[in-house]
Write a protein that binds this ligand. Structure first.
Ligand code: F0G
Length: 403
């Protein structure tokens, strides 16, 4: 969508405030090495009425996204369903509970929102090759979007720790897949070191343009629900998504679209919970975890690269963070799938476990509304241990009579 009004996008360091043009390829502040935010400065944004009839993807919110003209790389990402769950709401103990089905995105996760913007940006800066480290979904998404854009794709994954469906996706879209003998955090540090050497555009969530795409989920929650005085519950790994969601709501408020802010609730697995630990220590210092471990492999991250932005989102929104055990994650997944007919990968199910815990502890009221972000599709991770409670029985003609 062409814009007939003024739009200025620049990069600003979250620590020292230094500003840079949106056209330069940098992932961190050249002055102090901290994280960068995209600052969006526009004359005018959408209102509910102006959205009617627009394209059903993230690009319906074009006013607050970069302009790429004909160079947009899109597979129809975003505009995912928000499903109301009455039975689950009763079990969890909140007034209303909604699930945002991010597994409905083109490659089955929320990453597609960020990759549409990120890969469009890669094309516009003239990159020929893109790269990421990943626990699986980022690599699946980047592989697909780079294929569509005609770019070469290199992905680094922790050996043996990526769910089958995600690895399958990276391979079928033709990415060059390298397995790292180490965890995700180690793979990411290799990606940082080698991207510029390899002439590759880096598309991990440290790249602030990824966050621009991902913030659109907040616009959709506002548009679909019609209110924002809610709790938004998000699984946290690198903290990219929770900071993107907060950025989205802040922009809506800044441009007078909403008055109320939601509270952001971050959920981590108890074996990979540096953000929760920092919060419990009154936000004093972050300690990175060397050997994160959880059944939710998507968020098996001990060194969240965007931790500062994530902590900022939780504090500014008056939210909180909570950790849940693998057992709680698996029970929530089973509950969701059997009570509501909605399944997702384990990371997404952690939101139900986290919400229930906070309600039980009285930190979220029983009269409140919650939106849980189910970040990835169930088919991404068809691991046997997720369904070990339901063993298929062998049927022969004799036993068929007794079903
Ligand atoms: N849920 C799912 C399904 C994910 O794949 C991820 C991250 C997260 C939640 C956490 O989001 O990192 O922005 O806090 N997956 C990344 C990947 C790390 O490589 O696919 P975050």
């Amino acid at each position: 969508m062409g814009s007939c009004f003024m739009k200025r996008l620049l990069l600003r360091c979250i620590e020292c405030g230094a500003e840079y043009s949106g056209d330069v390829v940098i992932y961190r502040c050249p002055r102090c090495d901290d994280l960068l935010d995209v600052v969006v400065d526009v004359d005018e944004v959408f209102r509910r009425e102006s959205l009617r009839g627009r394209v059903e993807s993230i690009w319906r919110y074009a006013e607050l996204l970069p302009d790429f003209g004909d160079g947009v790389v899109s597979l129809g990402e975003g505009f995912t369903r928000l499903v109301k769950c009455e039975r689950l709401a009763k079990i969890v103990g909140v007034r209303e509970l909604f699930l945002k089905l991010e597994g409905l995105n083109p490659t089955g996760s929320f990453k597609d929102r960020g990759m549409s913007v990120g890969v469009s940006m890669a094309l516009s800066v003239g990159a020929r090759r893109v790269m990421c480290a990943s626990t699986g979904n980022t690599s699946a998404s980047l592989a697909a979007y780079s294929a569509r854009a005609g770019l070469e794709c290199v992905v680094l994954i922790p050996e043996g720790r990526v769910a089958l469906g995600k690895l399958f996706q990276a391979r079928i879209h033709g990415a060059k897949v390298y397995q790292v003998r180490g965890n995700f955090d180690e793979a990411l540090s290799i990606a940082f070191r080698s991207a510029s050497e390899m002439g590759a555009y880096l598309l991990n969530s440290i790249n602030p343009w990824r966050i621009e795409g991902q913030k659109t989920v907040s616009f959709e929650i506002w548009e679909q629900l019609g209110r924002t005085d809610i709790n938004v519950v998000v699984p946290v790994g690198n903290s990219g998504n929770i900071s993107a969601i907060w950025k989205g709501f802040k922009e809506l408020q800044q441009y007078g679209v909403i008055d109320d802010f939601p509270r952001l609730i971050g959920v981590q697995a108890s074996g990979a919970a540096p953000i929760v630990e920092m919060l419990m220590n009154n936000y004093s210092t972050i300690r990175f975890w060397d050997s994160p471990e959880t059944v939710a492999t998507a968020i098996r991250i001990g060194k969240p690269v965007n931790w500062k932005k994530g902590i900022r989102a939780i504090r500014e929104s008056d939210g909180t963070a909570v950790s849940v055990t693998d057992d709680e994650i698996l029970k929530s997944l089973r509950l969701l799938a059997t009570v509501e007919g909605v399944a997702c990968e384990p990371a997404g199910a952690s939101t139900i476990a986290g919400l229930k815990k906070l309600v039980d502890e009285g930190k979220i009221g029983r009269d409140e509304i919650a939106v849980c972000i189910l970040t990835g599709n169930a088919l991404k991770d068809p691991s046997e241990h997720l369904v070990s409670w339901n063993i298929p029985m062998t049927l022969d003609s004799v036993s068929a009579k007794s079903i």
